[in-house]
Design a protein around this ligand. Structure first.
Ligand SMILES: [Zn+2]
Ligand SMILES: [Zn+2]
Length: 341
């Protein structure tokens, strides 16, 4: 109790200093200025990739669900927006007013439930047009449902902050159902959607970004296929869904031993629709990928032993991503800079 009392006293003294003195207020303002400062969008020409979520439906502290933010020049795209992923964007100071679209790989919850956060926060940040959500057939239903579900929230925001700051029409998302192929070409950027195999989820896509001589491929959830290999051909960076079969089998066995047959059944099913870590070295080599980075871990490594299992299955040099990690690929260059969170 005495220790708790001392800590409370020290915290109280710090709070008094911060709000009650001129130098304290200066410290507080400096911290606030850091928090609201714009991110690196306008400062870097090339492809910049931020991992806003490296997890999967299996919870893991410090990992949001699937999300990859890609900046090309001054345009920002987000591939998937799983639960919690917008918080990583905010903490990484990404100015989401530049957000051009959310590109959904498929309609599993761990790839889409964060979309309303991106919509709200980019609207507040001054996005000049309605947020477009590209995705496979069914995206209209998803986006229509979100728009309907969050109508009350939008009305409160407009009532509170005013229609001049938050034009109501910019708060309503627009669904764009897509087919595989080139989605967009211009300003040096080409975005291509390709079909992946995540059966029974179909259609499911991955996305390739090519910008001024640099390329990044996001696999989405998929087993290793020829189509994925083709799409990743000569890519600078492949961000790849990954499953560790030894870890999944261990959980299945433990669940059976603990008399939890439902968990065991799920873990017996999931290896059929994710890429196994042991196959990724050969995939990256066949495709001529320059850097392999894995995300959407099934299951997410939560300790050094699990990380060792992943490393033992993956080729040397593979990056095991974490939330907030970034990759910088300067335009017309060859470097790939890995920026730790
Ligand atoms: Zn997933
Ligand atoms: Zn999935």
């Amino acid at each position: 109790m005495a220790v708790v009392g001392l800590v409370a006293l020290a915290a109280g003294a710090a709070a008094w200093y911060l709000v009650g003195t001129a130098s304290g207020r200066a410290v507080l303002l400096a911290r606030a200025a850091q928090a609201v400062a714009g991110g690196p969008v306008a400062e870097f020409d090339g492809l910049r990739v931020l991992l806003c979520g490296t997890g999967s439906p299996l919870a893991s502290p410090g990992r949001a669900q699937a999300c990859v933010a890609i900046t090309a020049g001054s345009s920002l795209y987000v591939v998937d927006a799983g639960a919690g992923s917008h918080a990583t964007m905010q903490l990484s100071r990404q100015p989401t007013r530049h957000l051009r679209a959310v590109l959904v790989t498929h309609l599993h919850t761990d790839h889409v439930t964060g979309i309303p956060d991106f919509n709200l926060m980019s609207w507040v940040d001054g996005r000049p047009a309605p947020l477009e959500v590209y995705g496979p057939a069914g995206v209209e239903r998803l986006v229509g449902g979100f728009n309907e579900a969050f109508a009350p929230d939008r009305s409160y925001r407009v009532a509170h902050h005013g229609a001049e700051l938050l034009p109501p029409e910019l708060g309503v998302m627009v669904a764009v159902p897509i087919e595989p192929g080139i989605l967009q070409e211009g300003d040096g950027l080409r975005i291509t959607a390709f079909t992946v195999d995540h059966a029974p989820v179909a259609p499911a896509f991955g996305y390739r970004f090519d910008y001024r001589g640099r390329s990044v491929v996001v696999s989405g959830d998929t087993v290793v296929t020829e189509g994925l290999e083709q799409a990743a051909t000569d890519a600078d960076l492949l961000l790849q869904d990954v499953l560790s079969l030894p870890l999944v089998r261990a959980v299945e066995e433990a669940a059976l031993a603990a008399d939890r047959p439902r968990v065991a059944k799920i873990f017996a099913d999931i290896p059929s629709y994710h890429a196994h870590a042991s196959e990724l070295g050969a995939l990256a080599e066949r495709a001529g990928v320059r850097m392999l980075a894995v995300y959407h871990f099934v299951p997410p490594p939560r300790n050094a032993v699990m990380e060792m299992v992943y490393r033992s299955e993956l080729p040397d040099g593979t990056i095991l991503t974490r939330d907030g990690m970034a990759f910088e690929l300067p335009a017309d260059g060859t470097d790939i800079r890995v920026v730790e969170p």
